[in-house]
Design a protein around this ligand. Structure first.
Ligand code: ADP
Ligand code: MG
Length: 684
């Protein structure tokens, strides 16, 4: 007997060659594909009592014809058919448009199913669908009808009929795919029953159980792919095994100006464990803004160098690169480790020297922006790549850098936690480390939302903070598509602020400044020389001035939630109470809702969750370019918990040596083998 995935569609009764061609366009090539062509929703033909139905609702009822149908024709081919139908205790006027053929079938006393919109006032129903239960073709009454994605000459009715036919001919051949242990553990419905029920659900509960089973299967198979890939990578052992004693690391940690939090120690250990092993680490480090990810990265870089290799730290902006450069130089002083900064504005001569230094291994750590991944940059022995705020880097850019080294360990840092994790759970084969607490003594940032009219009071707030020796940021938004307007906006605010505070030092930072200018503005603010920094969003990522306690965001409704949270994270970095003021007159409900989220919580995990809720997953992840997989049934957000369970199950299954040898898993191995992901691998 041929397997379902070897049977062509023509084997199904009623599928002609042209129809077969059309189905190919839907990605349906075999009987197996067709059976797995799941409906995306159901049309509800379950019969209800009219007395339970609200005015204007769509409903299906059963009744009897009690009047003579009346036909009105108008226009060239338009018609309106009305007929009295007794439904329960009521006499209802049923109205059809352009269904002339029904007139003869509406015989007195005949039972009829009506689906349509109920208008209580007029006791009238506009019928979108009807059928006679006594007819041979009646199929819908009382059921949920699947709705498929169709098009061309493939109609909904044809698709329903054809899939039903395929089930009748081949349903018995649908076999189980999942390991029995998992079917038992989650009490899943068998595959055959689930596929049948998802196409023909009968009652809602069983339909839901069927869907749940198939969602789990889809997510499990997807996770299996990622986890199998990860397991293979680990088995292959062609990464760098960093050799370094714990004593050296402890000594270095002790030389830092603060003690690591327990959360930091924990993730450092996770990272070290990976770095010491011979496979290439691929780890995500997530933690809210201000949780202290940078120092964790620095320890990892230190380990790479002390083990005789090189490290690279890639960041999204020059300002951040420069700032990291300063922290690294400070923390690595006296260790003999050479650090270099390579950005777009590094002069040609220095760049050449630096490239030579990297290639010969005289420079141990390089920090940079995109400039790091240019073609002419070579390393002597790159063994660790740290990517900060990864959402600014495309997957491609990361892999380019990765290819420059010896299959280096990769540590990716992010401050956009939950949904990022979701994305990684979905398309990454990454391990995740999380910093769950902020350094001790940090007070929650107090956040307020005010209208523009209150700017005077905002200014007096600045005055008060500066009098206490603190500093403030004032951020104006990036104006889409016009860097010029954007800069002008910042300059205007700068001038206004200067006029308001003639006795204070005001700094101005925007994208049009040269690297040297930016540097001096940041230095002045960092050292406390200037009191207020007026800036565009260039400070969004990573800027660290612990004495700044006031973050004022102008036109805050123009920012997305995660951006607002990032900006807010620039304060609250020292022991002083910090404040964030959102100046905004949002016009939309969502705009107001965003301000409310910000004033409600300063927890990045919570902000992300609410953001996802407000925007929906498509917009949140940026649909196509996000690289998120498209699932047939599963929904990344709604089925997130199932996704997590599936991920754990897949990790467990692939970690077991048995998976790669036991005949019990041959189905799954073959499935993986067919995936382009595993091209060139011998799995079975
Ligand atoms: P983020 O996770 O947002 O990148 P940073 O690494 O910039 O956070 O750290 C935020 C601030 O907290 C910095 O000023 C850093 O020096 C400080 N910091 C980091 N770890 C600790 C700690 N264990 N104790 C005290 N301060 C710390
Ligand atoms: Mg950071």
């Amino acid at each position: 007997m041929l397997k379902l995935d070897q049977l062509t569609l023509k084997q199904i009764k009623g599928v002609s060659a042209p129809k077969e061609q059309e189905l190919h366009a839907f990605g349906v090539h075999t009987v197996a594909d067709l059976l797995d062509y799941f409906p995306f929703r159901y049309e509800d033909y379950r019969v209800r009592e009219l007395t339970d139905v609200k005015d204007g609702e769509k409903v299906t009822v059963l009744g009897h014809v009690r009047g003579v149908p009346v036909m009105q024709r108008y226009g060239r081919s338009k018609s309106r058919l009305t007929c009295r139908v007794e439904v329960g205790a009521w006499l209802v006027t049923a109205v059809w448009f352009n269904r002339t053929f029904l007139q003869d079938q509406l015989t007195l006393g005949r039972e009829i199913m009506l689906t349509g919109k109920w208008e209580q006032q007029r006791m009238q129903m506009t019928v979108s669908d009807s059928e006679f239960p006594d007819s041979k073709r009646a199929a819908k009454t009382g059921t949920l009808q699947p709705v498929y994605s169709v098009g061309g000459s493939v109609t909904q009715t044809w698709m329903r009929k054809t899939i039903r036919q395929a089930l009748a001919q081949y349903g018995a051949q649908i076999g189980e795919l999942l390991p029995p242990s998992l079917v038992d553990r989650h009490r899943l419905m068998g595959r055959r029953e689930a596929v049948e029920l998802v196409h023909m659900p009968g009652d809602v509960q069983r339909g839901q159980a069927a869907r749940q089973r198939l969602v789990y299967e889809e997510l499990f198979l997807f996770q299996l792919k990622l986890q199998a890939y990860r397991a293979l990578n680990r088995k292959r052992n062609n990464g760098v095994a960093h050799r370094i004693g714990s004593e050296a690391i402890r000594e270095f940690a002790a030389s830092l100006p603060f003690e690591l939090t327990d959360a930091q120690k924990h993730v450092v250990n996770e990272i070290l464990t990976d770095m010491r092993r011979p496979f290439a680490m691929n780890r995500l480090l997530q933690g809210d803004v201000g949780s202290g990810k940078t120092v964790v990265a620095i320890i990892a870089l230190y380990v790479a160098v002390k083990a005789g290799h090189q490290g690279a730290l890639m960041v999204p902006t020059e300002i951040l690169a420069e700032q990291h450069m300063r922290s690294l130089q400070k923390l690595l002083e006296g260790t003999g480790i050479e650090v270099a900064l390579l950005t777009g504005s590094t002069t040609e001569r220095r760049r050449r020297d630096m490239l030579a230094g990297l290639q010969m291994g005289m420079i141990h750590i390089v920090i940079g922006t995109h400039a790091l991944i240019q073609e002419d940059v070579f390393f002597s022995s790159l063994s660790l790549v740290v990517v900060d705020e990864q959402h600014r880097f495309g997957v491609n850019q990361r892999s380019v850098l990765r290819r420059k080294g010896l299959n280096p360990d990769v540590l990716t840092m992010t401050a956009t936690p939950i949904p990022r994790t979701m994305a990684i759970t979905a398309f990454g084969d990454m391990d995740v480390s999380t910093i769950k607490e902020r350094p001790r003594g940090r007070k929650p940032i107090k956040t307020y939302w005010v209208k523009h009219g209150m700017l005077e009071r905002v200014y007096s707030f600045i005055r008060k903070e500066v009098a206490k020796g603190r500093q403030a940021y004032m951020i104006c938004p990036l104006i889409e598509e016009s860097e010029k307007l954007d800069v002008q906006n910042a300059i205007d605010l700068y001038v206004q602020t200067q006029q308001t505070f003639p006795d204070l030092q005001i700094g101005l930072l925007h994208g049009r400044l040269s690297a040297a200018e930016k540097d001096s503005v940041m230095n002045a603010f960092g050292s406390g020389e200037s009191h207020v920094l007026v800036a565009t969003t260039v400070v969004e990522v990573g800027v660290d001035v612990p004495n700044a306690t006031l973050m004022i965001i102008m036109d805050a409704e123009r920012f997305g939630l995660s951006q607002l949270h990032q900006l807010r994270g620039r304060v609250g970095r020292g022991e002083h109470q910090s404040h964030c003021i959102l100046v905004a007159d949002p016009k939309s409900e969502t705009g107001r809702e965003r301000m409310k989220v910000m004033t409600d919580t300063d927890d990045g995990f919570e902000v992300s969750r609410r953001d996802l809720e407000l925007r929906g997953p498509g917009e949140f992840f940026g649909t196509k370019q996000s690289g998120l997989p498209e699932f047939k049934l599963a929904d990344m957000v709604a089925d997130y918990e199932t996704l997590e369970v599936a991920r754990e199950d897949a990790a467990e299954v692939t970690a077991d040596h048995d998976f790669w040898t036991n005949p019990q898993f041959v189905n799954l191995r073959q499935l993986l083998q067919k995936d382009p992901f595993f091209q060139g691998e011998q799995l079975d």
